[in-house]
Design a protein around this ligand. Structure first.
Ligand code: PEP
Ligand code: MN
Length: 322
């Protein structure tokens, strides 16, 4: 049996309480405790009554990813990460950074090492891309997000980038996940287009196991039988995974739907479903984007969407208070 503790929970008092049930903690992993035996229903009820911030699970097929301290950047309000699919030039990324800071967005994204389906497609500016993104972020006091595709790129990425992203295609690159577990930086882990919740959480667990608790889960659409959109946004992931983990969960509507006109609707859904944030692709001249042009928002569209997010957040808080 496993007991998942939410952050701030006092482990010691729970352990003492478990002793009174003649049950011991056999192993601890981050904020998950593995107990020596199953608790009866009444024991579980007593424990849950006493400690409102814990959850008990007996179904071992679920990995229970929890962490003592979920990344504070994503647990305080609704976070918006925005920026181009790829860093293309200094001029492009600087203009995006300037606009984001004017709009009050804290996080800027931009790919430098790009995982492209075709080997003939633009592969990203590499190191130069990291440098340009880092400079733009520094000048405008933004937090940078960029992808790292291999173990060899980690050292370089961590020199320049604040939050490292593991792309959907690398969600099960276990050496990469293990190496990122040793880093003291937040990691955005994107769900593979074909991963179950259990596989996704297990991938996160690889990072947590190394001691890095700053994992942010990102749903970016899964493969379905529907050809009209790039992927299918699995909005159910948010409430389901909130039952199983206290890691922050963000949604990437851009890669999910693949069409800019539908990104706002899915972004509103992300706010309403209780996600911790969104990642949006935006470009000064979307139609000229070197990658993912169809899904990029213009900076004007981004501005309007951010206002909608702010209004929705207010409305939802308002409902919570009634
Ligand atoms: C990206 O965010 O740049 C990206 C490549 O997304 P994904 O890994 O979800 O396809
Ligand atoms: Mn993209």
């Amino acid at each position: 049996m496993k007991v998942v503790l939410k952050s701030g929970t006092q482990n010691a008092s729970i352990k003492n309480h478990l002793l009174s049930f003649k049950c011991t903690v056999v192993q601890e992993f981050a904020q998950v405790m593995f107990l020596s035996r199953e608790l009866s229903d009444s024991e579980q009820a007593i424990l849950l009554e006493q400690f409102k911030t814990i959850k008990c699970f007996t179904d071992s097929k679920w990995p229970l990813v929890a962490t003592a301290e979920p990344c504070p950047l994503f647990t305080n309000g609704f976070a918006a990460i925005a920026g181009p699919c790829s860093v293309e030039s200094e001029q492009q990324i600087n203009l995006v950074a300037k606009t984001l800071s004017e709009l009050g967005v804290k996080f800027i994204r931009g790919g430098a090492f790009k995982p492209r389906t075709s080997p003939y497609a633009f592969q990203g500016l590499g190191l130069k891309g990291y440098e340009m993104l880092a400079n733009a972020a520094r000048q405008h006091d933004l937090i940078s997000v960029s992808e790292v595709m291999s173990v060899e790129q980690i050292e370089l990425a961590s020199k320049y980038i604040d939050i490292l992203q593991v792309g959907a295609r690398n969600m099960q690159n276990y050496p990469l996940l293990t190496a990122l577990g040793k880093l003291n930086k937040p990691i955005i882990l994107k769900r593979s287009a074909a991963a179950t919740y259990s596989e996704f959480l297990n991938a996160a667990e690889y990072i947590l196991l190394g001691g890095n608790s700053q994992v942010i889960l990102c749903e970016r659409g899964i493969k379905s039988f529907e050809p009209m959109t790039r992927n299918t946004l699995d909005i159910s992931l948010v409430p389901v995974l909130q039952q199983l983990t206290n890691l922050p969960i963000i949604i990437d509507p851009s890669h999910a739907v693949g069409l800019r006109s539908m990104v706002p609707a899915l972004t509103r859904a992300a706010v309403a479903v209780g996600a911790n944030g969104v990642m949006l692709e935006a470009h000064p001249q979307p139609e000229l984007s070197v990658s993912d042009a169809e899904q990029a928002l213009s900076l004007v569209e981004l501005n309007s969407l951010l206002k909608q997010i702010a209004n929705l957040c207010k409305t939802i808080n308002c409902f919570e208070n009634t």
